[in-house]
Ligand binder design. Sequence first.
Ligand SMILES: *Cc1c(COP(=O)(O)O)cnc(C)c1O
Length: 376
Amino acid sequence: MQRGLVAEIDHSCLLHNLSIVKTLAGSSRIIAVVKANAYGHGAVEVSKSLAQNAVDMLAVAYCSEAAQLRESGIKVPILSLFDPDPEEVLRHNVTPVLSNLKQALHLNKVASKANRKIIAHVKVDTGMGRTGFQMEDYKDMLSVFALSHIEVEAVMSHFSEADLADKDYAYYQVGQLVTLKRRLSQEGIYVRLWHISNSAAIISMPEVRLDAVRPGLMLYGCSPFDKNNQCDHISPKTPQNQLRPVMSVGTNILQIRRVKAGRYISYGRTFKTKRDSLIAVLPVGYADGINRLFSNNLEVLVLGRRVPLIGRVCMDTTMIDISDLEGVTEGSEVVILGSQGKENITALELASRINTIPYEILTTFGSHARKVSHLS
Ligand SMILES: *Cc1c(COP(=O)(O)O)cnc(C)c1O
């Protein structure tokens, strides 16, 4: 018996979502974000599918992730969002994102020694407050353009809250970028590509596609918007509502037990059976990525019906109440994320139960589950 979750990764859904991105992106280039093991979906497999279907560039967070893609034979340009390590950039042919002058000078020095010219993107902090040149570092930014062994192919920024219905701050950030573009052009500096849009902006701010877009979440079939967080641009007819979840996650029942009314289930006696019950034990716990905050706070699918998780999630096991179902056996399939029969559980539903975001649900499940990829 193997413990844990199994994640099915449906590459035909991935390609369907890519086609929606392409529709929304128009003529802008596509930089597909595959950081964090492609949001838990398997970076190598996902990147291969995307590369075969004409994305212009892949983006990872760190050079070690780029190295893994190169070692598996992926040839498309790779942007390293947070890690411009010169040795690794040269070794793996990565496009670094430069966030300050120190990084740029170091890169230039190493490139010059190696007698190589490195193509880089320059990151500007227009209001995200994470990495990037700040607007007041304008002089530093200018010096980067003058470096002999670095060619700046793009200037980029990142949104702090493009996923809100209120777009004021997002447009303030766009304004900062536009101001910078104007200032640079006054100095005679023209940069080929400008990009800022993540999934939320691709979906809800079509006019800021600029020269390239950087979709992550939507490629994996989730929208950053839900019913409680809507935007004027999003009507049921817009393609974002047709995104198809790429990952589904499940397990199989370990054991079924008959338990009399009035018995406690799991640590801390947080659940007491109200009737003679049929309880199934699942071979998954918080060590397998089932967050402990799901204790008494989750529904899973068995035989196409929703059943509740009861009691506390343990390290290696979790209990569900299947009293209302007939025909469940040990080994029966349990869906935690995805659909079964007419029922469907989304990453957004799971995220809202434990006050987080679908990104964390996907990356957590993805990093724990055994993955099975298919083209359905
Ligand atoms: C993660 C990331 C993205 C993708 O964001 P999504 O919301 O998943 O579309 C784009 N750009 C940068 C810099 C990122 O870190």
